[in-house]
Design a protein around this ligand. Structure first.
Ligand code: ZN
Length: 243
């Protein structure tokens, strides 16, 4: 089946972007100083790389989704987010019909050094859907909101105080497990990337060029070194035929 690549900007009005997922789903958040030292493909080459990666990755992503889930929509739409932004970004969401959407912005497509990096990011974002992370994050946020709202009520807060506590609870709650979700997506993304014939180790070199969130308390992303470890470990298992 020919890969269909949609322009996100043209249809973004129809999409139900999960409230907290777009910024947090980003694999990249800011360009780094080292980027200037990195050799990047020409814009034509970058576009060509992206199209060929979509063609090879989409069937693997969908096969993995059907194999690992029951009753989930596995008909992925891989899109280009052409809204103007200089910060490289990719994210996963669902449209109103429940179709999984993986979107890359132009800055990310242009800043990937090779097809392996694009494939790895695509596999990672697709894995979030297969693993059900959007729904899990919503549950985490809801639990946090209920917990802090109840605490505020017990402490005698008024209606606006309870509402503020619920907002804080939702925000903290949505981050509770997010590092685990990222590492799970790195592992499954590595498997998909490998099965599509790309090199996940080369693809994960991307992490070396993005700002390291370190071990920030309640940060949404794990430290880059930890992510690279997961990729290396998963590739070792794949090479040994244990996965
Ligand atoms: Zn992620």
């Amino acid at each position: 089946m020919a890969a269909r690549i949609w322009r996100l900007g043209a249809i973004v009005g129809m999409m139900a972007l999960a409230a907290c997922e777009a910024p947090q789903g980003a694999v990249l958040s800011r360009p780094t100083a080292e980027r200037s030292a990195v050799e990047l493909p020409s814009p034509e080459q970058a576009a060509e790389n992206f199209v060929s990666v979509v063609r090879r990755m989409e069937p693997q992503i969908e096969a993995e989704c059907y194999a690992r889930t029951r009753g989930r929509n596995c008909d992925y739409q891989i899109m280009v987010d052409d809204r103007p932004s200089t910060d490289p970004n990719a994210f996963q969401t669902e449209d109103r019909q429940g179709r999984p959407v993986v979107a890359f912005n132009l800055a990310l497509i242009a800043s990937a050094q090779n097809p392996d990096e694009l494939a790895f990011v695509m596999g990672h974002e697709a894995a979030h859907h297969i693993a059900g992370h959007l729904a899990a994050k919503e549950q985490d946020a809801l639990r946090g909101a209920v917990l802090l709202g109840t605490l505020a009520a017990v402490a005698g807060a008024d209606v606006s105080g309870i509402s503020r506590a619920q907002d804080i609870g939702a925000s903290v709650g949505s981050r509770t497990n997010s590092k685990d979700y990222e590492l799970q997506a790195d592992r499954l993304g590595t498997i998909i990337t490998w099965n599509a014939g790309y090199d996940p180790l080369r693809g994960a070199e991307f992490f070396r060029r993005i700002p390291d969130p370190g071990e920030t308390f309640l940060g949404s992303h794990p430290a880059n070194a930890l992510r690279l470890d997961i990729v290396r470990q998963t590739v070792a298992e794949l090479r040994a035929g244990r996965i």
